[in-house]
Ligand binder design. Structure first.
Ligand SMILES: [Zn+2]
Ligand SMILES: [Zn+2]
Length: 349
């Protein structure tokens, strides 16, 4: 049997079918995929058939959070056949004004593995440009390696948020990104963190991470801080009202960082609430050069990625996992997909 892959073809259409591995180029490395994270952005492609103008034109293979075993020695990187590596899915152009200014996360010419039309890693093997391979210390296993990409998103969000020492923060959304943001905020010196999350099991996960309080709705927060809101809010939901909630949770003169991608790609908020607070609002877009810090946070144990992973499935289990996450099934945190099977260690082929 040849290789298979998980294809997204349109709204609510995820299926496993055979996959023809393309030829690799001279600057590419072949990986046997170890594991792939199912990301909220993959869910947007699944639910809406696209994100904003980035629509699924033909069936494509998602998967931008992944780790794999190199299929041959790569002496330039100091990795040998069978070594586990992570991958930075983004390849910015390096030529545009944003790349020159150090904002490679904003490069409009970026090539991104796992965003249409570039196939991602929900398949057994994948060619990856050598420059995007991230060498790992031996302490990191495949589960930790695959979480470096979403952790990088959280690091970038906290870089933008610039929490002050012991500052009280509200985090909206306790999905994997929100829970990583909570941990990075703590590592960055933030004080009490209040979480708003409608799903009970995700509130429980936030509480395990030692937040000061986890609430089902924003309306429960007014008790917090005398009802004046917090000076810093980080939004990491898929809710079209996430921007509004970030504004309502913020104190006069406060800051809000928006990380989430809203379902339907539309924000609505009462303008006066934002204007009267004089808020400083930042939008987080992907990440910059964050992998060294992501590796250090995981290797040192300052960020725990393993407890966020609630489900591990092979390719056959992937369509059902997309559906469960899209339907907010109870118990789901981060789901990881193992295209070569749950016990594959890169050396048995
Ligand atoms: Zn992602
Ligand atoms: Zn560029």
């Amino acid at each position: 049997m040849g290789d298979q892959a998980l294809y997204l073809s349109g709204p609510r259409d995820a299926r496993v079918a055979s996959y023809n591995l393309r030829e690799g180029g001279p600057d590419e490395v072949l990986l046997d995929v170890a594991t792939v994270g199912l990301c909220g952005s993959d869910l947007h492609y699944y639910k809406d058939g696209g994100i904003g103008a980035a629509l699924i034109a033909e069936p494509f293979v998602p998967g931008h959070e992944f780790a794999g075993y190199v299929a041959a020695d790569v002496p330039e990187l100091g990795v040998a056949r069978g070594d586990l590596v992570a991958v930075d899915p983004a390849r910015p152009c390096g030529q545009c004004e944003w790349c020159h200014q150090g904002h490679s996360n904003l490069c409009p010419n970026v090539a991104f593995i796992g965003a249409p039309p570039i196939d991602g890693a929900m398949t057994a093997k994948l060619w990856v440009p050598r420059a995007q391979i991230v060498k790992l210390p031996p302490a990191l296993d495949a589960l930790a390696a695959v979480m470096l990409e979403p952790l990088g998103v959280a690091i970038h969000a906290v870089d933008l948020a610039k929490p002050r020492l012991l500052e009280t923060v509200t985090v909206l959304g306790a999905g994997p990104i929100g829970l990583l943001i909570v941990q990075v905020l703590k590592a960055a010196g933030a004080g009490d963190i209040f979480v708003v999350e409608p799903l009970a099991h995700r509130r429980a996960m936030a509480e395990l991470l030692g937040v000061a309080g986890a609430f089902a709705t924003l309306a429960e927060i007014p008790a917090v801080d005398g009802g004046k809101g917090t000076s810093l809010v980080v939004e990491a939901t898929n809710n079209p009202l996430g921007f509004r909630d970030a504004v309502l949770a913020a104190r006069i003169g406060g800051r809000a960082v928006l990380v989430g991608i809203p379902d339907g790609d539309i924000y609505t908020l009462p303008a006066a609430e934002a204007r009267r607070r004089g808020l400083k609002i930042k939008f987080a877009r992907r990440m910059g050069e964050v992998y060294p810090r992501a590796i250090a946070l995981v290797a040192s144990g300052r960020v725990d990625v393993s407890t966020l992973v609630t489900h591990r499935v092979d390719l056959a289990g992937t369509p059902g996992t997309f559906a469960a996450l899209a339907d907010n099934a109870p118990g789901y945190g981060k789901a990881l997909i193992y295209p070569n099977g749950l016990n594959f260690n890169g050396r048995e082929k």
